[in-house]
Design a protein around this ligand. Structure first.
Ligand code: NAG
Length: 149
């Protein structure tokens, strides 16, 4: 009995250690790039707090491509990069910021044979779609036309 309890205890401890040390990747939002101070700081802060290694994954040149590169291509680039990161092979978490969540979601759905994703943590992600164009309801002929189209 005592041995069994110790064994179970060791198992739980090992489990929490492996869960704790899972690395994470960050996908930034639109018009951002991994080399920007804000996202570098964010990734480092999360890494410090969690004790896990974190990486911001860049897609193309970041800023421009986050606006204009088609999503299937963005997801494919992310997938190829993730597959080359051997430190993710035991599993990892994705932190998505804003539009970066769509990349994260795409990776989970389409990145076949990629390293296993344990959690997608969505910060300000548009997973339920976008209800309206920002500032609709504000007066102005141009916006009224745009919002009602
Ligand atoms: C993370 O920890 C390192 C080492 O303690 C420290 O130098 C760095 O400033 C910390 N980064 C942030 C964003 O808090």
């Amino acid at each position: 009995m005592k041995f069994t309890l110790i064994f179970i205890n060791v198992l739980f401890t090992l489990h929490s250690i492996t869960t704790y040390s899972l690395p994470f990747v960050v996908f930034h939002g639109i018009a951002d790039k991994c080399s920007n101070g804000g996202i570098t700081h964010f990734t480092e802060l999360l890494s410090n707090w969690s004790g896990s290694s974190g990486h911001c994954i860049e897609i193309g040149n970041g800023e421009w491509d986050s606006w204009f590169m088609p999503f299937p291509k963005q997801i494919d680039i992310a997938c190829q990069k993730l597959k080359k990161m051997s430190e993710l092979s035991e599993g990892y978490n994705i932190i998505g910021l804003s539009q970066g969540n769509m990349v994260g979601r795409g990776v989970i759905e389409f990145c076949d044979d990629g390293p296993p994703v344990r959690n997608l943590i969505s910060l300000a992600g548009p997973h339920a779609g976008i209800a309206s164009i920002p500032f609709c309801g504000v007066s102005g002929a141009f916006l009224k036309t745009l919002c009602s189209s």
